[in-house]
Unconditional design. Sequence first.
Length: 386
Amino acid sequence: MKKKRQRIVIGLLDGLGVPAFESSSMPFLKKIALQGFYKTVSGVFPSVTNVNNVSICCGTWPDQHGITANSYFNPATGAAEYMNAAELIRVPTLFERAAALGLKSALLTSKRKTAELFTKGTEIRIAAETAAPQEEARYGKAPDIYSADINYWLWQAALDLLATRPDLDILYVHTTDFPMHAWSEKDPESLEHLLNLDRLLENAARIDPDAALFFTADHGMNFKSACWDLEKVCRESGLEVRFVLSPERDYYIKHHRNFTGCSWIWLKNEKDREPVKAILRKLSGVEQVLDASEAARRFHIDQARIGDLVVLGDCTTMFGEMDRPFESLPSHYRAHGSLYEMELPLIIWNYRDPLPKPDYFQNNFNLTSFLFPTTGQAGAAKNLHA
């Protein structure tokens, strides 16, 4: 008798780093972490959404799937462009791998940029930020993207699909991290948001008790106190660079003002490499200035997309475009993008097939890298299981 397929619900809880998870009142998520498989893993650098979201959906490093930031520098135009097009992803996604096996996937996201990235292989795509009239007729008017309520709307839609679409094999639900930007993990508003999410996750298990639940995050969040505009810093020091990119650059400026805990720099002249390094290394909050080749090797990222130099900030320092070289950030400013927002929870519960050995799970993208493998992946994975 053919074994009944098991539905998989994947939750990308945007911004839920380990400190937020441990500080939260999420009784259901903490219960299944104890009952199932739980491990603290590392995110992918840079700790911004597109890079980690695509890594999770592809089960690979950025140097394989090709997404290196929320935006990229286009030398042909001399400007930054959003890195949200499905054509930029170089390897099959989880949804495409599943579709090749005749399985159907639904993608639900608070942010429209996620729906733009994953047009291939998905049977259903719902972006709460740009909800269609028929979706709002069924679920009510979608709340503003800069709210916690949009996450609740999104999960209510997911619960409806779980209840009414038994033909769906995979539901991938990606929330927004605006609440994590707005409130610290110990603020009452944050605790309420995560408790409400937890209740919705528990409802998913009640609606489909046979479903396997997979959860992780793309990045964590920290308070930040300072920001440098590195292009202006270099100019004031007598050196012009070609371009400086904030890898966080996306649509959601209210979240973070497009500041990031790291920065990519394109030089005008190779002879400027060491002088620019020297200028940047003197800045308070700059921990390292790496050649792109070294950064590419260390972080498994496409060297062609990260300029000539990669600047790494400390836990409280950001980089971005401003009207002056330096700015002290307000005390409530919270963001990510550095090496200090990469400690993340990974939870798998109720999955009835054998899991890979615990050591296999080192990064958030390992949540899905063993699911529906291609022929080459299946051969490489034959000794992964305990």
